[in-house]
Design a protein around this ligand. Structure first.
Ligand SMILES: NC(=O)c1ccc[n+]([C@@H]2O[C@H](COP(=O)([O-])OP(=O)(O)OC[C@H]3O[C@@H](n4cnc5c(N)ncnc54)[C@H](O)[C@@H]3O)[C@@H](O)[C@H]2O)c1
Ligand SMILES: O=c1ccn([C@@H]2O[C@H](COP(=O)(O)OP(=O)(O)O[C@H]3O[C@H](CO)[C@@H](O)[C@H](O)[C@H]3O)[C@@H](O)[C@H]2O)c(=O)[nH]1
Length: 439
């Protein structure tokens, strides 16, 4: 059993802290946000993450998981300190490290004996060494020793706890063997592949992994755009490609591009890291540009079918960047809805979980509807932006009866074109031939 402090209770701090507690460690999760900590103490989970509430509750009751704003106290009482604060995109595209350096400063000021400080936040190469220097220069006791380790997180929102508990690898970048073996030991119960590297390689693995997945998505979206022009079907193409084990079938779903709190900011940060190192990362810049353009293809498609959108009612099904999360950070809907509003459309929107978050962005510019069928009632077109189960399971026959015009623009390829044709829809999806009822 290890005593662990996790600084930052966002997605990563809360979920990874909970998973460390669940394998039998004593974990203190802390944050400067006293509201968040107060809610967590009362058992309220500030993010929507299936299954998390129960596991937090279980570990809290067992006395293995606790929450506090007393960061100095938590630092002093732990053997391992995880930094899991945010590293948002700055105006230049680089990662903003101010929360990381602030946390490092606090750690330095309160370090009372040897501890391993682990960076779980996604940070540019060199940040581990920066954290080391920051802690060293703020030590109140100059005789205390410590090691800095990089142990990036690979969880996905919506399946975060499952991803942590069943991690495919633990990357441990360290400057000392002692620290590497402490963190490797901590990961033993996860029964996973342990990859021990230098600090720099571990930091790079995280960005390179996200950038590669983002590249796969932009690649298939670009292929989808070609498919549309040459009469091929991208779902057939990606299936045919993905069966080659060197390619793999995952992250080959064409759609409205990647969003969320990681891929957009991490691809930009990697371009910036490359630039600072004197390398022009053309490839990544194209991935980003392809993604930016992809978000708006659904707007072009609805305009192609309806002509002017002025006064038209568009039903938007799904607002979050992917299902099973209420996270609206960099969701494609944040570009698509304003583009529709600029064209004069009236928006009725549905999202089972993220609608509350969406209000922060759209206010009363759009109408929020609590039920998917009510959303499409009398609509001139339905736009599918998130493949929530509630949307995927909609019955086209029923939809057809409710809509003013039988127009569906499917940004996630959730419906079968044949079924949509049988039900009399004008149906445009991504990278598949458009369907017209008379065709
Ligand atoms: N969200 C994900 O799915 C995900 C997955 C893998 C990696 N990451 C990376 O993990 C990091 C954290 O991401 P997140 O989404 O959890 O971030 P977040 O912004 O949602 O949460 C960060 C938390 O840290 C707190 N914080 C900031 N400064 C602090 C300080 N000095 N002391 C204590 N608490 C402090 C904030 O109040 C906030 O609650 C980022 O670097 C991100 O790129 C995120
Ligand atoms: O074939 C695909 C797969 C995904 N997406 C989109 O890509 C985005 C990201 O999806 P996903 O990777 O499932 O979600 P995240 O929670 O953002 O997780 C990513 O970002 C995290 C933060 O760094 C990493 O830890 C994870 O490993 C990495 O998958 C979403 O908008 C998806 O709709 C597609 O368009 N097509």
């Amino acid at each position: 059993m290890k005593k662990i402090t996790v600084i930052g209770t966002g997605y990563v701090g809360l979920v990874s802290g909970t998973s460390f507690a669940d394998i039998g460690n004593e974990v203190i999760c802390c944050d400067i946000d006293s509201n968040k900590i107060e809610k967590l103490k009362q058992g309220f989970i500030p993010i929507y993450e299936p299954g998390l509430e129960e596991v937090v509750k279980k570990n809290t009751q067992l006395g293995r998981l606790s929450f506090t704003t007393d960061i100095p106290g938590a630092i002093r009482s732990s053997d391992i300190i995880y930094i899991a604060v945010g590293t948002p995109m700055s105006v230049t595209g680089a990662a903003d490290l101010r929360f990381v350096t602030e946390a490092a400063k606090t750690i330095g000021q309160h370090l009372n004996d040897y501890k391993v400080v682990v960076n779980k936040s996604t940070v540019p190469v060199g940040t581990g060494k920066l954290v080391q220097r920051m802690i060293q220069s703020h030590l109140s006791n100059p005789h205390v020793t410590f090691d800095v380790v990089s142990n990036p997180e690979f969880l996905r929102e919506g399946s975060a706890l499952k991803d942590c508990m069943n991690m495919e690898r633990a990357v441990i970048g360290a400057t000392s063997e002692k620290a590497a073996s402490i963190i490797a030991e901590l990961h033993k119960p996860f029964n996973t592949e342990i990859v021990i590297t230098t600090l720099e390689s571990a930091e790079m693995i995280k960005y390179a992994s996200n950038a590669f997945l983002a590249t796969k998505i932009s690649f298939i979206n670009a292929v989808a755009n070609i498919c549309e022009r040459v009469g091929a079907d991208v779902t057939e193409v990606s299936r045919g490609m993905g069966l080659d084990s060197r390619i793999g079938s995952r992250f080959l779903n064409a759609g409205i591009g990647y969003g969320g709190s990681c891929f957009p900011k991490d691809t930009h940060a990697l371009v910036h890291i490359a630039e600072s190192a004197g390398y022009d990362f053309h490839l990544m810049k194209s991935v980003i540009r392809t993604n930016d353009q992809q978000r708006l293809v659904v707007v072009d498609k609805v305009k192609e079918v309806l002509g002017s959108l002025r006064g038209r009612t568009i039903a938007v099904l799904g607002l979050a960047f992917k299902p099973n999360t209420d996270d609206m950070r960099d969701a494609p809907s944040l570009q698509i809805i304003p583009a529709l509003l600029r064209e004069g459309a009236k928006i009725k929107a549905y999202d089972p979980i993220a609608a509350k978050e969406a209000v922060v962005h759209f206010g009363d510019q759009i109408e929020y509807v609590e039920e998917p069928y009510d959303t499409i009632l009398n609509a001139d077109a339905a736009l599918i932006l998130t493949e929530w189960e509630q949307v995927v399971s909609m019955d086209p026959k029923q939809m057809r009866k409710l809509m003013n015009m039988p127009v569906v623009i499917d940004g996630r390829n959730i419906f079968s074109p044949k079924t949509m044709q049988e039900n009399g829809f004008i149906y445009h999806s991504i990278g598949r031939p458009p369907i017209h009822p008379e065709a």
